[in-house]
Write a protein that binds this ligand. Sequence first.
Ligand SMILES: *[C@@H]1O[C@H](CO)[C@@H](O)[C@H](O)[C@H]1NC(C)=O
Ligand SMILES: *[C@@H]1O[C@H](CO)[C@@H](O)[C@H](O)[C@H]1NC(C)=O
Ligand SMILES: *[C@@H]1O[C@H](CO)[C@@H](O)[C@H](O)[C@H]1NC(C)=O
Length: 378
Amino acid sequence: MIFVAATALLALWASYCCTATPHGGPNRSNGKRFIVQLTRNTEQSGFHSERDYIEELELDAYKVAYSINIFVGNPPQEIKVDFDTGSSNLWVRGNFNRNYCYGYPGNQSEFIVKCSSEFEFLRGTYNGSYGGGYCQGRPGNDLVEVAGMGQYRLNFGVAFSITDYLIPNNCGGILGLGLDDSQYSFLKHLKRNEVLSRNVFSTKLTNQGEYNFVEFGGWDETIVSENIHWIPIVHNVFGHWRFHANSMSIGSHEVISHPTDMIADTGCTNIVVLSRDIFNKLMQNMQAYESSTGLCVMNEWNLQLEIDIMGKTYVLDWEDFTSKQADLYCPFKLHISYLDRRDDLRMPEVILGDPFLRKFYSIYDFGSPSQIAFVPYQ
Ligand SMILES: *[C@@H]1O[C@H](CO)[C@@H](O)[C@H](O)[C@H]1NC(C)=O
Ligand SMILES: *[C@@H]1O[C@H](CO)[C@@H](O)[C@H](O)[C@H]1NC(C)=O
Ligand SMILES: *[C@@H]1O[C@H](CO)[C@@H](O)[C@H](O)[C@H]1NC(C)=O
């Protein structure tokens, strides 16, 4: 999910958030690593014709998302949330009406506010704005536990209004893992409370539902055998994992030849190009066309998509960004799409979503300075 803006007013409570102490005494697990499964979800967006509404899904009839189960409240309610490196805030869908609390663990798609003895509303409103829609609600504070890292009092958004298709149907919110400094930032919490021995997490994503993992605090040395090519993160306003790339080509045709900003975003189904010029060049070189289910190509060109970042080339093979289909009108579906950045020059030019992040083991280092690495699987 690409984060575009977030505003939340919090008048007098600011100091409260920063004295976060774990419930029941310190429970920091310094020096440990925490590995937890992510679930890959795919669903029909059902919305591909309404382009101005969900631009991120433009020309795409399905959506990919990875989810993680977190625990919110006391007693803890298990909530399934979208695991998203394209945004920075934690928020959950709130159910403000339900009074009865039997039937625990209940519904993983929502947080039943009245069933937590520790929950407190904070002042103001909570708004989050994404490339694919927005959510609105109120800020709250409660015990939260992610990936067995211990329970901590955190501020998060509790949304009562969420645009359709912003999150997968069965998800109850977003765990943003971007670099923003807001009080709802999960990475900021991990840093401040020194939860990890090293401020890093890594993701192993596949196209199989149950074989996806995130590791907080380290990376898998069986995958990372050589020196890591770290890519510096450049400062930007949206907390994106954003870096400079030198060039991009399809086959032998260069479609980007000047330094360009790209971001890594687990909440994004495709490789998304936000520059019309770059997108047109890509499409022309593959003779791509539009069909009712997305962007298609007629021939199996077997082209490679190459991205040069800091002198190292990251290569996607044809199968990594296309799907072969039994469809006469769309024999190869492209996992590349276009998003209008509406002249907002603060936005990156390319979003490296699922097709790229599945190809490389990704290491997100949120220490100072922040850096990211993409390691090919052996
Ligand atoms: C959140 O959105 C609502 C509705 O658009 C608006 O009234 C409110 O002022 C917004 N709050 C903030 C803090 O921006
Ligand atoms: C679970 O919560 C979602 C979101 O509020 C709601 O649409 C769904 O009906 C709930 N399911 C059950 C079984 O209560
Ligand atoms: C600390 O958290 C771990 C993981 O959630 C839990 O197993 C352990 O019982 C907790 N310890 C204390 C003292 O609360």
